[in-house]
Design a protein around this ligand. Structure first.
Ligand code: 0O2
Length: 371
């Protein structure tokens, strides 16, 4: 059963209204505004309407209405004023404050019941409609948010794919120049400065992991600014002196800038890793014009490459038995590879009748000046 709160200081009126309504509603009674607000505080959710007298001691009907407005209750609980004859101005003020209807004294049972029933139904309809509108607004807001996020992702994805295309172009540019040098050497000197090229574009997972490790948020801007090795070209040469000769030839091209040199052949890593790493700025030519892209080039001998690929497996494999011992073995192998590489180079020099001075001593790429 729905609850009705009757608020009137006259006991007679309270009893009369209770008598009229008690068959259809649970009727709560209050004899002043303060009591009414206390009851409402407790039974607000179940109260279907308030029958309110205007003139009461302690807290009058207007004060109750004002409090209900402040608390936002008047939008949900209809208020019907119990009144005798009252001035038009008073009536108008009540309606302005959000009162729904008037029930006149003396009470006519059927009129009281009908007015109350109609008001409750009307309010119920209004409330349900408002809830629907609120729900729809909420749904629309969520949809807007989803569209906004998707648009941002799309934009990000679009610029990410664009950036990857530019790095891919940089890789192709480097590969083409390397192949041209190879073709020239092959024709002019009957030898190849390198054995093979392996190129790779860093995977999105690897890009994300590296940015995270370096403490940068994963944005397209940070990929461009903070990562130097998104485009990677590995050049595998037969002999150590080929590495330096080719690197010199390549970096000598007038539109290539050397940004960083890490010479792990001259300064091997403690684990024995040997390779010459160059970070280069390479021009690409797309429809919008020329653009400079960073490319990481790694130069190593066939033997160094073989070693690195085996060692790489160890790095990514978990729970390898005797890992420490394997690390030691790998270091011994790396040192043997260095000896072997230079011995093979000497043999080649003897076959070719060349000066046997180690190329690492002769052609040393220098770190670019900082700034
Ligand atoms: P992946 O999968 O090849 O991309 P920095 O870029 O300067 O912040 P980083 O990346 O450590 O730091 O630079 P470094 O030392 O020049 O290494 C770059 C790449 O060289 C590595 O890339 C490896 O490919 C390779 N490399 C370096 N050290 C070793 C090593 O000890 N063993 C092997 N097998 N390869 C090595 P990534 O990013 O690690 O991986």
């Amino acid at each position: 059963m729905q609850r009705i709160l009757v608020v009137d200081d006259a006991e007679l009126n309270r009893n009369l209204l209770q008598h009229i309504l008690e068959d259809d509603y649970t009727v709560d009674l209050a004899e002043n505004g303060e009591q009414a607000l206390r009851i409402l505080e407790e039974n607000r959710q179940e109260t279907a309407a308030l029958l309110l007298d205007l003139r009461m001691p302690k807290m009058d009907g207007f004060a109750v209405i004002m409090q209900m407005r402040e608390k936002g209750w008047i939008q949900r609980i209809p208020v019907l004023i119990i009144s005798g004859e009252c001035a038009v101005e008073t009536e108008n003020r009540c309606f302005e404050l959000g009162v729904s209807d008037f029930i006149r004294k003396p009470f006519v049972s059927s009129t009281v019941k009908n007015r109350l029933k109609n008001t409750i139904e009307l309010f119920d309809c209004k409330n349900r409609l408002e809830m629907k509108v609120e729900e729809q607004e909420e749904t629309l807001k969520k949809q807007d948010e989803i569209i906004r996020i998707q648009a941002e992702k799309l934009k990000e994805a679009k610029s990410f794919h664009r950036l990857m295309l530019e790095y891919q172009s940089a890789i192709m540019e480097v590969e083409t120049r390397l192949k041209s040098l190879n073709a020239e050497f092959s024709q002019e000197y009957n030898r190849n400065p390198f054995e093979s090229i392996k190129s790779r574009l860093k995977t999105p997972e690897s890009i994300y992991e590296k940015l995270e490790r370096k403490g940068y948020p994963a944005t397209v801007e940070n990929i461009r600014e903070q990562l130097m090795d998104v485009a990677g070209v590995r050049v595998i040469c037969s002999f150590p002196d080929d590495i330096y000769r080719l690197a010199e030839l390549f970096t000598g091209q007038d539109d290539i800038t050397v940004l960083r040199v890490k010479d792990y052949i001259r300064n091997p890593k403690p684990n024995g890793y040997r390779s010459l790493h160059l970070i280069l700025s390479v021009p690409i030519f797309l429809s919008g014009g020329k653009k400079k892209m960073n490319v990481e080039m790694q130069f190593r001998t066939i033997a160094m490459d073989f070693w690195a690929s085996v060692e790489h497996k160890l790095k990514y494999k978990k729970d390898v038995e005797d890992a420490e011992e394997i690390v030691g073995q790998l270091k011994i192998c790396a040192d043997s590879i260095e000896t072997l590489d230079y011995r093979m180079q000497e043999i080649r020099n003897r076959i070719d009748n060349r000066d046997a001075a180690p190329a690492t001593e002769k052609n040393m790429l220098q770190e670019p000046p900082s700034g």
